[in-house]
Design a protein around this ligand. Structure first.
Ligand code: PMP
Length: 408
């Protein structure tokens, strides 16, 4: 007799089972957790086939770069595979501070702190710095880690419509006076829409209403600005425009982990007291060395950033010239979402593209609203123009042939 799990009747479990059944019915396979071989770059090997790949964040093509790989191996030879403790106890190695100093220098910040995960960086930093007497206003498209940080802080919280700074101003006028401190949370490039806020106006509002500004630059450091320094460089503003600059090491910097950059007082306070930092192991030697090597390559070869931006613009223009409507068609950010709407249709298009040799992930509820399914393309500096043209051809053809069907 098969054992019935204690969790089988949870509403979430039943919903998941139902959605997986529908996905299998319309798609013929579950497109998640597909194991791949080799490095995830402009192409990827899945199930013995080499596909053009748009499903990873290897923006600058550094994930398998020989220098990054050999530095990571050298660090394992010197320090082993883990630092075996929190850094505050006995887990500190010289590479940690080297990476933090070079990151701070690159960004133009006073100091920087690296955490073992980008997700944890947001949760623990926001949760630690703000409390129940404070106000947090965040963009409605904020990443789940930012929202969970706000929940942990137990602050009064309001979302504003995506990139609608008039609404943010209205909320600041209405809510600011009733709270002790205020934080505005935004992203450098939004991972669902590929667009970004007007940083100048955002920072002016923060100054006007005495609010701190946190910017999550997971998708903008290494990708925006002429030399990849992110949204401040894109707008020609100093790094100090942002009070709390957050980023991840797992995307353009081809490693794992996250960082906070800011003034020396903030970083020292977090270094000695942020729970997700002091009660968690230090970043492994291999990942610290990989991020450091990637950062040095990024500084030495800014042409990678220029190429990424050019490829991103080219892909958008190939799609638009085939009649595909894109929000933010003039942007050069490397996140290119194609709106499909219906979830099952989105799954079928993604499956048809997979069969045609193109790996692009469908984004469905709960990551987006029920009727807001997307195909989300992440561009890398290593995508070739012929790859982008072939993809635009196939996307246009599949959007035409895969119409919405009712699946019961
Ligand atoms: N912030 C944003 C905006 C993200 O998109 C992500 C991950 N995609 C994270 C934080 C978490 O970063 P990591 O995956 O490195 O933990």
């Amino acid at each position: 007799m098969t054992k019935i799990s204690k969790f089988a009747n949870l509403p979430g479990v039943r919903l998941l089972k139902e959605r997986m059944r529908k996905t299998l019915q319309s798609n013929g396979m579950i497109p998640f957790f597909l194991p791949h071989q080799g490095v995830s770059g402009a192409s990827i090997e899945v199930g013995g086939r080499t596909l053009i790949n748009y499903s990873g964040y290897n923006y600058l093509g550094l994930a398998g770069h020989p220098e990054v790989v050999s530095e990571a191996k050298r660090a394992i030879d010197r320090f082993g595979t883990t630092v075996s403790a929190s850094r505050i106890v006995s887990g500190e190695i010289p590479l940690h501070r080297e990476l933090e100093r070079e990151l701070a220098d690159f960004l133009g910040a006073e100091d920087c702190l690296v955490y073992v995960s980008g997700y944890n960086t947001n949760v623990t930093t926001i949760g630690h710095l703000y409390g129940h007497r404070d106000l947090i206003l965040h963009d409605d498209q904020s990443h789940n880690s930012l929202l969970n940080g706000c929940l942990l802080a137990r602050a009064r919280r309001h979302g504003y419509e995506h990139n609608n700074l008039d609404q943010l101003e209205h909320l600041l006028k209405r809510e600011r006076a009733a709270s002790k401190r205020a934080l505005v949370v935004a992203e450098g490039v939004y991972s669902m829409s590929g667009d970004f806020p007007d940083l100048k106006r955002l920072s002016e509002l923060c100054v006007q209403f005495d609010a701190e500004l946190l910017l999550d630059e997971a998708h903008s450091v290494g990708t925006l600005g002429p030399t990849g320094r992110g949204l401040t460089e894109h707008f020609g503003l100093p790094q100090s425009t942002i009070d709390i600059q957050i980023g991840t090491l797992s995307k353009a910097l081809s490693s794992c982990g996250g960082f906070v950059a800011g003034d020396g007082t903030l970083i020292e306070y977090l270094r000695y007291s942020a729970p997700g930092f002091i009660y968690s192991v230090g970043l492994p030697p291999s990942e610290t060395a990989a991020a450091l090597a990637a950062l040095r390559i990024l500084r030495r070869e800014p042409e990678r950033v220029a190429r990424l931006q050019e490829r991103s613009r080219q892909f958008r223009s190939e799609l638009v010239s085939r009649g595909i409507e894109l929000a933010g068609a003039d942007l050069s950010s490397p996140v290119v979402p194609v709106f499909v709407g219906d979830q099952q249709r989105c799954m079928r298009i993604s499956r048809a593209l997979f069969d045609a040799g193109i790996h692009v992930q469908p984004v469905i509820y709960p990551a987006v609203p029920m009727d807001g399914a997307l195909l989300r393309f992440f561009i890398t500096a290593d995508h070739s123009l012929p790859q982008l043209v072939k993809t635009a051809d196939e996307v246009a053809a599949m959007m035409e042939t895969q119409q919405t069907l009712e699946v019961n």
